[in-house]
Design a protein around this ligand. Structure first.
Ligand code: SAM
Ligand code: SF4
Length: 332
């Protein structure tokens, strides 16, 4: 008999896993990482590819069918295509995707595609090098753009750009990003800045809300028409440009939380299962893996994480407590 699916106390089935393969990164986005002196997880504490594969195989047996590989920057993890190839062998997975900052994509796009990766999200907050350096504290916009085009050539037909818009920093990039996405037939999504920056400086005044970004795009391109939701649990609300040239989405985690349809679990690079980006509770898969546990025990760990899931993240409430980990330590 198949094991019961991962349904929580609020009736939400869990079918999606965010898989962080590293907390390391080749840039230092100010909304994510510390600017300097980053304390990375020692390599021996990171899950090996074999351990990751085992955890995902167990999760897939519990109804997880979508996996997104992330980090830190996943492309800095040595030999990543091999992990992708192994994950692609898991029959129950219907969707295998990856989120990257794109800096190493030109070199790796071909091997990732050949390994079985189907979808890519590439983060792009600006089309100006000076702004890129202000946000990520490192140079490299040209490499990100090369990465996007290399991914196209490698045969990725589902490429989405993720942009995070911040007051006073890249507001002027909203319309050029819209133009770029339309010109190159790429889907674009704007994500609201969440209180997960390592510096702990987040305040709501910095957040450029989805509704504001949408108004600015409508002023430049004309009305945006709502698209029907493809997947009931998708966090983004999608729109089409009225002239039919492209699609744009908004992930309004702060202004319009979507916790009531959350279907996600997370596995950190050092093997902690998390049931919410904003929670502090973790379920330690690594200790089980390294202590000789069987698959049933791992499955029970997933069930415990799902059973303990809260109704929502509560960013908008007065008693909200920021998670101890920053975004790069969880996996965005
Ligand atoms: N390094 C890869 C990248 O940047 O695409 C993958 C990991 S990154 C943590 C995944 C996504 O999280 C990126 O699109 C990034 O913009 C987003 N992100 C990081 N910090 C964030 C924050 N505080 N609020 C909202 N999104 C954030
Ligand atoms: Fe690195 Fe991605 Fe975090 Fe930027 S958002 S610092 S690219 S992990």
């Amino acid at each position: 008999m198949p094991p019961p699916p991962l349904i929580d106390r609020f009736g939400r089935p869990h079918t999606s896993l965010r898989l962080s393969v590293t907390d390391r990164c080749n840039i230092r986005c100010l909304y994510c990482m510390p600017a300097a002196d980053v304390q990375f997880v020692p390599r021996a504490e990171l899950l090996t590819f074999e351990e990751i594969h085992r955890v995902v195989r167990v999760a897939a047996g519990l109804g997880i069918c979508k996996v997104r590989v992330t980090g830190g920057e996943p492309l800095v993890r040595h030999g990543l295509p091999q992990l992708i190839r192994n994950l692609d062998q898991i029959d129950q997975l219907t969707d295998l995707a990856l989120t990257t900052n794109g800096l190493l994509l030109a070199e790796q796009a071909e091997s990732l595609r050949q390994a079985g990766l189907r979808r890519l999200n590439i983060s792009l907050d600006t089309l100006e090098e000076a702004t890129f350096e202000k946000i990520s504290l490192r140079p490299g916009l040209d490499r990100v753009l090369e990465g996007i085009f290399a991914a196209r050539r490698a045969g990725f037909d589902e490429i989405r750009l993720n942009a995070l818009a911040l007051h006073g920093l890249n507001e002027k990039d909203i319309v050029p990003l819209g133009q770029f996405a339309r010109q190159h037939q790429l889907e674009l999504r704007f994500i609201e800045f969440m209180p997960l920056d390592a510096a702990g400086q987040w305040h709501s005044g910095q957040v450029l809300y989805g509704a504001t970004v949408r108004r600015r795009l409508e002023k430049a391109f004309g009305p945006l028409l709502p698209c029907p939701r493809k997947d009931p649990s998708q966090p983004a609300v999608d729109y089409q440009f009225a002239d039919g040239k492209g699609q744009i989405g908004f992930i309004c985690s702060v202004s319009e939380p979507f916790c009531d349809r959350c279907n996600r679990l997370r596995l950190t690079a050092e093997g902690q299962i998390r049931n919410c980006l904003f929670g502090n509770a973790e379920w330690d898969a690594r200790t089980l893996l390294r202590g000789g546990a069987d698959d049933w025990q791992l499955a029970d760990l997933f069930r415990s994480a799902v059973a303990a899931k809260k109704a929502g993240h509560g960013i908008d409430t007065e008693d909200f407590v920021r998670p101890q980990r920053a975004m790069y330590q969880i996996g965005g």
